[in-house]
Design a protein around this ligand. Structure first.
Ligand SMILES: [Cu+2]
Length: 321
């Protein structure tokens, strides 16, 4: 009977959380990484369709960029940040502070996602919660998902809590901070050990960049690498390389790259690699780039890619072919 009661209480909590009409799909991010803010609109307002979604970018989410949506008009507001932040391209003291999608119509019985990308400030402490207030306007009525719990208050007790995500620590080999030893950055994510993520520097104007990493599955179930993100690429693919006669051919790996239990998969020049596409910037040798690897089971895992010189065959630049 006791179990039943606590189960019911648990359900009650879940139900109240699930009633929130606006939530963030990704619940955590590490300081300094790129965060993909996917605001999910789960319901309309009393059955009426949603016609406008406005997201307030909180202090500490730097360089926010919205994704356009067909059928919706995009608008952004820019403003000064409270602080000046270090970014991958220098410093930033102002940027997008609000994003609005309007003019569409999302029926009450359908869901949709409104997405932005931003860099999480390196100054956030692990354990902190970042709130992203959302204003939802409908054909009739509106919801303001903007309540932020005060110290000691539970977000579940709020009627209209702002969507949020948590700041988590990136595990580092030997306990050294990421910035101090980027070349040796090893990340553990559940049963996966992710070693030495690196990129090749590209000349300005390059359209694609290759990315490499070693992944070991120490668990008992397979996981699949499905993609990766870095701030300077709009999309990514996983490619294989093979010789066709005397010609090296690249082809996308459909369905991702599976790492079986006990197996180590190495993405390296001349073999499997991450292909970053639609570049909006050029990674420079010596930089450390915060990004993520996306796995079917482990989810989005924050990693730091070190950047090796153009044409390098290995992260340190040695062993060139
Ligand atoms: Cu490729």
């Amino acid at each position: 009977m006791k179990t039943l009661v606590s189960a019911a209480l648990g359900l009650g909590l879940l139900a109240s959380a699930a009633q929130a009409h606006a939530v963030l799909e990704r619940k955590q991010a590490a300081p300094g990484v790129s965060y993909r803010g996917v605001v999910q609109i789960m319901h309309g307002c009393n059955g009426k369709p949603t016609t406008r979604v406005s997201v307030t970018i909180p202090e500490g989410l730097i360089g926010a960029k919205p994704m356009p949506k067909p059928g919706w008009t995009l608008a952004t507001t820019r403003g000064p940040y409270a602080k000046t932040y270090a970014t991958h391209h220098g410093t930033a003291s102002e940027g997008v502070t609000a994003i609005t999608w309007s003019g569409g119509s999302l029926p009450d019985d359908q869901v949709d996602e409104f997405t932005f990308l931003a860099q999480v400030a390196g100054t956030f402490e692990p354990g902190a919660t970042v709130y992203v207030p959302v204003q939802q306007d409908c054909a009739e009525g509106s919801h303001s998902w903007s309540e932020i719990p005060k110290a000691g208050q539970d977000a579940h007790d709020l009627k209209a809590a702002a969507p949020s995500f948590r700041i988590v620590q990136v595990a580092q080999a030997g306990g050294a901070p990421a910035a101090a030893t980027p070349a040796a950055s090893t990340v553990k994510a559940g049963d996966l050990t992710i070693e030495t993520p690196w990129l090749r520097a590209t000349p300005n104007g390059a359209k694609v960049a290759g990315g490499y990493v070693r992944i070991t599955n120490t668990g008992s179930v397979p996981d699949t690498l499905t993609g990766a993100t870095v701030p300077f690429a709009k999309s990514s693919d996983i490619h294989s390389m093979s010789m066709e006669g005397s010609v090296m051919k690249m082809a996308p790996v459909s369905g991702g790259l599976t790492i079986k239990p006990g197996e180590t998969v190495e993405l390296k020049p001349g073999g499997y690699h991450l292909m970053f596409e639609d570049l909006t910037g050029a990674p420079k040798a010596g930089e450390a780039i915060a990004g993520t690897l996306t796995f079917q089971r482990a989810g989005a895992v924050p990693v730091t890619f070190t950047v090796a010189p153009i044409g390098a065959g290995a992260p340190g630049g040695q062993h060139q072919h």
